[in-house]
Design a binder for this molecule. Sequence first.
Ligand SMILES: [Zn+2]
Length: 316
Amino acid sequence: MSASSSFVVALDVGGTSMKGGLVDDTGAVLLSERRPTPREQGPEAVVAAIRDFIGHLAASGDGHPAGVGLAVPGLVSADTALYAANLGWKNVPAIDFTPLDVPVMLGHDVRTGGLAESVLGAGRGVPDFLFLPIGTGIAGAMIVHGEPYGGASGWGGEIGHIPVFPDGEQCACGQFGCLETYASAASVGRRYSLRSGQEGVRAEQVVASDDPMAIEVWDDAVEALSLALATYTLLLDPSMIVLGGGLAEAGPALLDPVRTRLVKRLTFRDAPPLHPAALGVDAGMLGAALLGWRAAGRPDLGPGWTVDVRSEPLVS
Ligand SMILES: [Zn+2]
């Protein structure tokens, strides 16, 4: 392969910021940058900002990229961003996102992060597992036979909206008692703030607090998670569960009680082990790089890579 086609442009598009990079065919991250997502300027401005960012990243490389991979929110196919409520997109073709005349592939944001954890991270060598990032919201990537599974229409993995408490609080989605309403980082902070009257409390503070109201809110989160994970385990029989996102930074304070309750809930089978995610905030961008290489006709790349994960702190 010529030196001029030995890297891809990878972009992870989030609701508030975009993380982009250049990744070569050995998995080395040659460049990594972050830009804000201009969501308030409308759907077309976001597409234009992505084009501009990709053009800038490509021009920073030595030669021409072999492909482009993008992780985007919403309902996604490999060649179209079908629908994204938070960005206002409807049926945006993949080629609209790039100014370059090279192959491009899109992936769902959480499933693309799950692909990276599967090929390069905590799930390396594990064909069936759940990747569950817990941040502002909760969505899962179901890894089935080594690949993220999106279901019949691409809505698969919305574990954050599994009803865990049937008569529970109303979720932003309109349903009642959703996992996300109790266990996302945003919900843990919000539910404690409501009870205590203290504004702007973060989930980490709730986890660390010995205030009885904080303990109760955290207990609800742990209970909701163990219920959802028991359901997932009974349905899909995963080899492991990988917890990521901002709340997973709580480490043993999250993993230990969830593990204990999950084990208790399951009677006739073993609980799968729980592991922290390995790639942190880089998962989406690294997964996008794998998609970029797939677009370029190199689906074989990835399994042999040793990735150097930056220690940028996770944010919720
Ligand atoms: Zn919901």
